[in-house]
Write a protein that binds this ligand. Structure first.
Ligand code: ATP
Ligand code: MG
Length: 363
């Protein structure tokens, strides 16, 4: 059975500027015991969707089911969920133990059971030695773990998290996201996790739901969003740097990249759409391929990012190690035909029939 089913759910706000469709007829189904990320740019409706699942907002339409039960009209306390927010707001005057136990007291769990669960939770989160400290005596990551402890000690089958790591520095974020993922697997909880950080989403999720303007652009496994982006929005959102998108015009020998005279990259009727290719799939060729000019080179250690220009369009290329190229140099770009994507004039990805994988295009 699905842990959470959201069906045709909407939330509109009336503001001074008019009606805002924060969430617009959104539907999805989340499997039990999985980690699901709501991803998207600021204002796309991630927090509102999460708050609707939690019952902190009342929807304007649609139904929400948790563990098969229609909870659309139920208050948060009756939805059997736990939550962690961005501002995890620990009580500064209470100890770590008291902070973790706070929610259980409200739930009227017996003192014996509280002691047992506290020991288990503290052990799981590596907080056993810190239980008597106050939040002010903890590092950011430790405070974050206390907030997590407060959520998981409730043993609710569903845990909702809204940008829980945004107060932490980059290294700690990376550590904590691994910890959260491991914890989620260990206790088999269903998690809905909100972030605007696609690296966080890709590295943690079983399922990513990418939102834009209150609607779902794509819902799938991280590999689906990366390998078969549904449209140009997804292609531009996933990947660092994201997929290159090159406008196509009619030219000699078929559709050519705008601003070039060839070679033809697709049949002529593909003109008007866009060719997509990821930076890591482009190779710098010698003398053949798509002519480009180098704008800049960024050396990153393990690899380098070469910012090029094809016609008027910027194209990022990721190459292993360093490169002898520098600004103003001419370069030729090539990639395997299996690495290229086609997006129609409407921005929607079209599957390419009979694409021979691995064969060098433009050769
Ligand atoms: N209480 C409110 N009243 C009016 N508009 C609101 C309210 N809450 C949210 N909105 C609007 O609804 C839209 C979605 O907001 P939401 O908080 O869900 O975005 P988000 O994806 O979580 O963004 P962020 O990444 O910045 O947290 C935004 O346009 C926001 O301005
Ligand atoms: Mg938000």
């Amino acid at each position: 059975m699905a842990a959470i089913v959201v069906e045709g759910v909407s939330k509109h706000w009336t503001t001074a500027e008019g009606r805002v469709r924060a969430v617009d007829r959104v539907s999805f189904s989340l499997d039990e015991g999985t980690l699901n990320v709501l991803l998207g740019p600021s204002g796309c409706g991630k927090s509102t969707t999460l708050r609707l699942i939690a019952g902190l907002e009342v929807s304007d339409g649609g139904t929400i089911r948790i563990a098969g039960r229609d909870v659309t009209k139920l208050p948060p306390s009756q939805r059997n969920i736990s939550m962690v927010f961005q501002s995890y707001a620990l009580f500064p005057h209470l100890s770590v133990a008291e902070n973790i136990l706070f929610g259980l007291r409200v739930r009227k769990v017996s003192p014996d059971e509280c002691v047992r669960r506290l020991a288990g939770t503290a052990d799981l989160l590596g907080l056993s030695a810190l239980l008597n400290r106050k939040p002010g005596q903890l590092s950011g990551g430790q405070q974050q773990r206390v907030a997590l402890g407060r959520a998981i000690i409730a043993r609710a089958p569903v845990c909702l998290m809204d940008e829980p790591l945004s107060n932490l520095d980059a290294q700690l974020r990376a550590e904590m996201r691994q910890e959260i993922r491991a914890l989620q697997r260990k206790i088999g909880i269903t998690m809905v996790y909100v972030t605007h950080d696609q690296v966080e989403a890709m590295s943690m999720a079983d399922r990513v739901i990418l939102l834009n303007g209150g609607r779902i652009e794509q819902n799938g496994a991280p590999v689906d969003l990366y390998e078969t982006p549904a449209n140009v929005f997804v292609a531009r959102f996933i990947g660092t740097p994201p997929m290159n998108l090159l406008p196509l015009v009619a030219g000699d020998g078929g559709a050519v990249v705008d601003g070039t005279t060839g070679p033809g990259v697709f049949p002529r009727e593909f003109a008007g759409g866009m060719l997509g290719v990821r930076p890591e799939h482009i190779r710098l060729a010698h003398g053949r391929g798509l002519p480009a000019t180098v704008d800049s080179v960024e050396y990153l250690g393990g690899d380098s990012l070469v910012a090029c220009r094809v016609g008027g369009t910027p194209v990022a290329v990721r190459v292993a190690g360093s490169t002898a190229l520098s600004r103003g140099d001419a370069a030729s770009l090539e990639w395997a035909s299996g690495a290229q994507h086609y997006f129609g004039a409407d921005g929607v990805r079209r599957a390419l029939a009979g694409q021979p994988p691995g064969e060098t295009m433009l050769a």
